[in-house]
Write a protein that binds this ligand. Structure first.
Ligand code: HEM
Length: 207
């Protein structure tokens, strides 16, 4: 085992902002596990970017999911993903005791998971069309930032989900959750918000 043993200690936590004291499990995580999780997330982000460069852009939609055109679908679903990202931020702050007083309601954890899953689900047809129809572009600073943030968003999300299912240091969840949130906000600001504030309401535009 070459000394790479995971140690689980029971300590008595002081009364925290969430109002409970008592024994809690703290873990000493193998550095290899942390490095492996971060490497998988980074590999996902890089793989998306490489695919976006190698794949020949098609400039046509597979589906518009009932929207009048592809740009409308991307702008509106992108905006919904952005709003759900804000819901994630607020619910996470409440769960971690940084917002409001007293313990968080028992349903908030499930709400946070479901709305987070929905944000990723809604983003998928949009990002698929970005990568498949347009590819990873970098001819303007905004477009470069958008393409980079899009790839980082999915890499950070994968690493965050892996973190939830393995014993990781305490910093991992807020750091990866924060990175996932920030990347999605940057993606939406450099695409849907940019479109709505500079071009106007979508409709009639095609690739
Ligand atoms: C996965 C990596 C992604 C890449 C490489 C990528 C790339 C691109 C590119 C090159 C454009 C055209 C920018 C322009 O010329 O104005 C674009 C537009 C756009 N992207 Fe992405 N994107 C990605 C992820 C996402 C995600 C996750 C969302 C939303 C949640 C999103 C939403 C949009 C929207 C709303 C537009 C504007 C509509 C359009 O011009 O097609 N993208 N993307």
């Amino acid at each position: 085992m070459c000394g790479a043993v995971e140690v689980v200690r029971l300590t008595v936590a002081p009364v925290g902002r969430r109002g409970h004291a008592g024994p809690v499990a703290t873990t000493t995580t193998r550095p290899a596990r942390v490095a492996g999780t971060l490497a998988i997330g980074a590999a996902v982000a890089v793989a998306l970017g490489v695919y976006g460069r190698l794949h020949q852009p098609t400039f046509r939609p597979i589906t518009t999911l009932g929207f009048p055109d592809l740009v409308s679908m991307k702008v509106w679903l992108g905006s919904v993903a952005g709003l759900l990202a804000l819901v994630q931020l607020v619910s996470a702050l409440r769960l971690f005791g940084h917002l409001g007083s007293g313990p968080a309601p028992s349903w908030l954890g499930t709400f946070h998971r479901v709305s987070g899953g929905l944000a990723v689900l809604v983003s998928l047809p949009v990002a698929y069309h970005c990568l498949w129809a347009l590819g990873f572009q970098y001819d303007q600073p905004r477009v470069l930032v958008h393409s980079l943030a899009g790839c980082i968003f999915y890499g950070a999300f994968v690493a965050k989900v892996l973190t939830l299912h393995s014993h990781m240091p305490r910093w991992a969840l807020p750091v990866l959750g924060g990175l996932t949130f920030t990347a999605l906000v940057v993606v939406v600001l450099t695409s849907a918000v940019w479109f709505l504030t500079t071009v106007g309401l979508p409709g009639g535009a095609t690739y």
